[in-house]
Design a binder for this molecule. Structure first.
Ligand code: FDA
Length: 325
């Protein structure tokens, strides 16, 4: 019951101001956000690598409101690539991006990029073209140091644009990954389409507030859909990335991978920084590829609220920390 309320609050500016200023917030945020700056996150990446873990780094931020903010997001990722180059970890440290942070959520800069009002009509509404223009140099820079980028999945209204950008980027950088969400009715079809050789697809349950017209609302239905999609990915020709902390789904993944004859390096597990950390180490010790989604930066509000919504016990912990401060 609490989850949808927290997700609604994740889009409220009033709540953003309240939560950001609340006493005790920083302490709780630190569980999920690895630091505020790239300098703070580098030692965490080194430590993960020393433990046999891989990472995907996310500079937090989404739904920006000006083209300048979109350019700043691009530059923050380019700066991250420079730091990763120094570490020399190659594909063991990749990046995850939210296109709404790269300009996709802006109203309509596309006309300008297409040559002004008389230019060709944009295929997608809003900042689709701007997001593509901003993310391309990041993907190029990542490829130049032997790593790659995965496009996160945001709310369902953004996905046609995300998949089109993914397809476009893959023409030059076939290793570019994308995320699909089990709670959406469309996802089984997307999984079939994406299950081709060389594709990298992360499957997750889905973290946004979606209407019943497009998404399963019941947890058991979402889990069943997840397993159906897992089967499609495991039996397909792509590289499945299993984004979940759910013990049942992890066991089912291992069984399906075995049945599909996949070796341990033909799929990977992914979990979020700060969640089930012992399980990260256990799976890595078993010989699995385990990639930790490591978020950092100052614009953590949306990311943090989704983590609270996933486990309402986190909210109680948060409220308690406010009272005891
Ligand atoms: P579930 O929610 O059932 O959790 C299983 C168990 O994990 C819980 O019982 C609890 O022990 C633990 N757990 C899960 N979430 C927790 C939390 N917040 N705090 C504490 N414990 C928690 N979503 C999306 O819409 N777009 C995206 O691009 C991504 N990207 C992404 C990358 C990676 C690597 C992961 C792991 C997840 C995402 N997600 C995402 C989020 C995803 O959609 C989903 O909301 C969370 O993974 C929680 O779902 P689980 O599969 O873990 O199961």
């Amino acid at each position: 019951m609490l989850g949808p309320v927290i997700l609604a609050a994740s889009r409220s500016d009033k709540m953003r101001r309240f939560v950001s200023a609340a006493p005790g917030t920083k302490q709780v945020v630190a569980r999920f956000i690895a630091g505020e700056t790239v300098e703070q996150v580098v030692p965490i990446v080194k430590d993960a690598a020393a433990k046999g873990l891989e990472v995907t780094l996310d500079v937090v931020g989404e739904d920006i409101t000006t083209p300048e903010q979109a350019a700043a997001a691009r530059d923050a990722y380019l700066d991250l690539v420079e730091h990763l180059a120094d570490l020399g970890l190659g594909a063991r440290a990749e990046m995850s991006v939210k296109l709404s942070m790269f300009g996709q959520s802006l109203p309509s800069p596309a006309a300008t990029l297409n040559g002004g009002p008389s230019g060709p009509a944009p295929t997608f509404p809003g900042g689709h073209e701007l997001a593509l223009a901003n993310v391309r140099p990041v993907v190029e820079a990542a490829a130049a140091i032997g790593t790659t980028v995965t496009l996160d999945a945001e709310d369902h209204t953004t996905l046609d644009s995300m998949f089109a950008i993914h397809e476009e980027l893959r023409k030059d950088f076939p290793q570019t990954g994308c995320v699909i969400q089990a709670y959406l009715f469309r996802t089984e079809d997307d999984a079939r389409r994406l299950s081709e050789a060389g594709s990298r697809v992360r499957i997750v349950k889905g973290a946004y507030k979606e209407p019943a017209s497009v998404a399963y609302q019941d947890k058991a239905e979402i889990d069943k859909a997840y397993v159906r999609i897992l089967k499609i990915l495991m039996e397909g020709d792509g590289y499945p990335m299993i984004g979940s902390h759910d013990p049942r789904l992890i066991a089912i993944t291992q069984e399906l991978a075995h049945r599909a004859g996949r070796k341990l390096d033909e799929y990977e597990f992914q979990m979020l920084y700060g969640i089930r950390s012992d399980e990260h180490l256990r799976l890595a010790a078993e010989g699995h590829r385990m990639r930790v989604y490591t978020a950092y930066g100052t614009d953590w509000y949306g990311y943090f609220m989704r983590r609270l919504a996933e486990k309402p016990a986190n909210l109680l912990f948060f409220l308690r920390s406010m009272i005891t401060k």
